[in-house]
Design a protein around this ligand. Structure first.
Ligand SMILES: *Cc1c(COP(=O)(O)O)cnc(C)c1O
Length: 362
């Protein structure tokens, strides 16, 4: 079977010496390896205000706090995502308010989000699902008009771009995940990208109990409750080695995604997804809409290919029952979309096989 997701690990001859060195170095907590991983990340994205964390979920939680989200506030978000996007909002005590999605892309509709704004709206959470980028031109304008900050959940969108720059340079808050199945993994890990020194310094304290790591423990003074969200030197060492392969990983996802876009756009029963102006997806998974989806999934499985949706829509969880509303756009998209394998493990032969299998019909 060609799997939908697969963790990339750098070759052992490259990774193991580095890992062995750090494991027995006497310093495996947050330290120099983390700081040098962060420097690599900042260079890659071109944003100096980025922090490595223990997970993407931690990044979401800190981003929400930096945006000023408090119990009783509202955050507009999407149900078309993985669980952490919305459980992180729930962690702050704020209410999730669903925006509906564009039926063509499954990404939040700026028009519908605008209609959900109230006096209580403190942030808009965008998810670049499967690596497709939301309509950032429209959302940037909405944010500028209303003063409501945008948080980008870019867990699926490492290497995606808007206006020629990597995602991670646009909104006040962006998070990435380095969890097992994302574009690049450190086993577990996350990245928070902010846009100014004060958010950066506050995030740095929040990731370590509220302590300022620059002062000694005995002179420190916690002024705001923080968390244990720091990355450690072991995960960071994996990240440093993995980064040697990042360009190649992202390039393969994009090359395969572009190939599927071209090959599938005229296949009967398949509708490809349009991309918004000035956005470039990084195709974590390839996404398209198909007719007779159950038959499609079964036919592809018969031909050795995993093709399927990945996440349960978040509005089906009881914890979000108080946010229930009609989401006609999501109903449409959710009943028709599938993902196809698209990542570094899909070579020329595999992608030809995927396209041929689809062209045979279902
Ligand atoms: C994976 C993921 C996260 C969080 O990632 P962790 O690193 O596992 O905490 C957040 N949002 C989305 C959409 C994800 O898929």
């Amino acid at each position: 079977m060609i799997p939908l997701v697969k963790p990339f690990m750098a070759p052992p001859e490259e990774l193991m010496p580095a890992l062995q060195q750090i494991l027995y170095s006497g310093y495996i907590a947050e330290g120099e390896a983390v700081y040098s991983f962060e420097n690599k990340i900042r260079d890659y994205f071109g944003n100096p205000y980025m922090l490595a964390l223990h997970s993407g979920t931690d990044g979401l939680h800190i981003a929400l706090l930096l945006a000023g989200v408090k119990p009783g506030d509202e955050v507009i978000s999407t149900a078309m995502t993985a669980e952490p996007t919305n459980t992180a909002i729930a962690m702050t005590g704020a209410k999730v308010v669903w925006g509906d999605v564009d039926t063509r892309t499954g990404l939040l509709s700026p028009e519908d989000v605008r209609k959900q704004i109230t006096d209580k709206t403190k942030a808009i959470m965008l998810v670049h699902y499967a690596g497709m980028v939301c309509d950032m031109a429209a959302f940037n304008q909405l944010s500028a008009e209303t003063g409501i900050p945008i948080i980008e959940d870019a867990a699926h969108a490492l290497g995606s771009k808007f206006a020629g720059k990597y995602i991670g340079n646009n909104s006040p808050y962006t998070i990435f995940s380095l969890q097992a199945i994302k574009h690049m993994t450190t086993v577990d890990g996350g990245i928070l990208a902010v846009k100014n020194e004060s958010d950066f310094e506050r995030a740095r304290r929040l990731r370590w109990f509220g302590l300022d790591k620059k002062s000694s423990r005995l002179t420190n003074n916690i002024k705001e409750v923080g968390f244990k969200y720091a990355m450690n030197n072991v995960n960071a060492t994996i990240g440093i080695v993995q980064m040697n392969h990042l360009n190649e990983i992202i390039a393969t996802h994009k090359k395969n995604g572009n190939f599927f876009d071209k090959q599938l756009c005229n296949v009967p029963g398949v509708t490809t997804v349009p991309y918004y102006p000035e956005t470039e997806p990084s195709y974590w998974l390839y996404t398209c809409l198909v007719e007779q989806r159950d038959n499609f999934i079964a036919a592809m499985a018969d031909r050795g290919i995993v093709a399927s949706p990945l996440h349960l829509r978040s509005d089906r969880h009881d914890i979000f029952a108080n946010a229930k509303r009609e989401l006609a756009g999501l109903d449409y998209f959710y009943s028709r979309f599938v993902h196809l394998p698209c990542g570094w493990w899909v070579g020329d032969e595999e992608r030809e096989k995927i396209v041929d299998s689809i062209k045979k019909g279902w």
